[in-house]
Design a protein around this ligand. Structure first.
Ligand SMILES: Cc1ncc(COP(=O)(O)O)c(C=O)c1O
Length: 321
């Protein structure tokens, strides 16, 4: 049973197991004093892992409950989320349609595009978000099946349902703290691309009674991802929990978490010197890093060492296989 299911035994919260938990935590070497790493890249039993798989544990049963056989979602041409949706969706009888928008191309994005093309996803490419938005009604109709529209999921799987994945992960962290595997973190650092990971963590930490604060390292300028927006997503997730019968009376505000775009560079996917330097440290950190998200999160930990409240827990979210 999920930790959320244990916390709210009377609520209707179906999930499917896609990875083994808890994911490992360990003290980090080379990131300054009192820094711990939780390796969520290890999450996921399939051909891709990481933070998107946790969201799919809740999204896949929701698609089935809505009677849908197709997922429709969007992202950049290097989307990790789209790849995870295609691979794990196919394992559970769902086909995935992807509307992909161009982003700066480097080796990582080229590799990712190859994986996407091999994943079985039905891919449509657009030069800009505006063009994708114009095409969206056509995509919805084109891929309707047996009178059902596809189940549309926002970029990154950051719907309230997807966000449950990181509420669950926060409850897992609280258990690891209680078991003495790490001290209660003052700060959890995570990359923010669409907000679901940070929102779920912030909500789950409150539910678990920890006073840990989330520091979200924003790497995407395609959406508003400030603390107000992320807290808003957490509150939509509270509403969802209530609709499903959970007795939860919480409201997050922008004061409950922090986000910063200081490490993004020019745009989503644009390389930064600090990110590139962090990539060069991946081997000594023993973490899988890529340039778009995790390298920038590590750069933030290295670059703000004097400003972070400790202990710090860095969330490793990248899970290539
Ligand atoms: C490796 C990696 N880390 C972090 C993130 C950010 O997570 P979120 O989209 O939930 O903000 C993503 C996806 O966007 C990702 O692929």
């Amino acid at each position: 049973m999920s930790r959320l299911g244990e916390l709210f035994p009377r609520a209707d919260l179906p999930s499917v197991r896609l990875g083994s938990s808890p994911t490992p935590v360990r003290q980090a070497v080379g990131l300054g004093p009192e820094v711990w790493i939780k390796d969520d890249g290890a999450f996921g039993d399939g051909a891709w892992g990481g933070n998107k798989v946790r969201k799919l544990e809740w999204i896949i049963p929701e698609a089935h409950r809505r009677g849908r056989s197709t997922l429709l979602t969007v992202g950049g041409i290097g989307t990790h989320w789209g790849l995870a949706a295609a691979l794990y969706g196919a394992d559970h009888g769902l086909r995935t349609v992807l509307g992909l928008v161009d982003q700066p191309v480097d080796d990582h994005v080229r590799d990712q595009l190859r994986r996407l093309e091999a994943s079985g996803a039905l891919i449509h490419r657009y030069r800009s978000v505006a063009r994708l938005k114009l095409a969206a009604p056509w995509l919805l109709l084109r891929y309707s099946q047996r009178g059902h529209l596809p189940y549309y999921l926002p970029a990154g799987g950051s719907s309230p349902v997807g966000t449950l994945g990181y509420v669950e992960a926060a409850l897992e962290i609280a258990d690891q703290v209680a078991a003495g595997e790490l001290p209660e973190p003052a700060t959890i650092v995570t990359a923010v691309g669409s907000g679901g990971t940070a929102a779920g963590l912030a909500l789950g930490l409150r539910l678990a009674g920890l006073s840990t604060r989330v520091l979200g390292i924003v790497v995407n300028d395609a959406f508003r991802l400030d603390a107000v927006t992320v807290a808003g997503l957490a509150n939509e997730t509270v509403e969802l929990l209530r609709d499903r019968g959970a007795e939860v009376d919480l409201r997050l505000t922008a004061d409950d978490l922090d986000t910063t775009a200081e490490w993004m560079g020019q745009t989503y996917g644009a390389p930064t010197p600090e990110g590139q330097a962090a990539l060069g440290r991946a081997a000594d950190l023993g973490l899988e890093l890529e340039p778009v998200y995790t390298a920038k999160a590590v750069a933030a930990v290295l670059g703000t060492a004097d400003r972070l409240d400790r202990p710090v827990l860095l969330l490793g979210t990248h899970g290539p296989r």
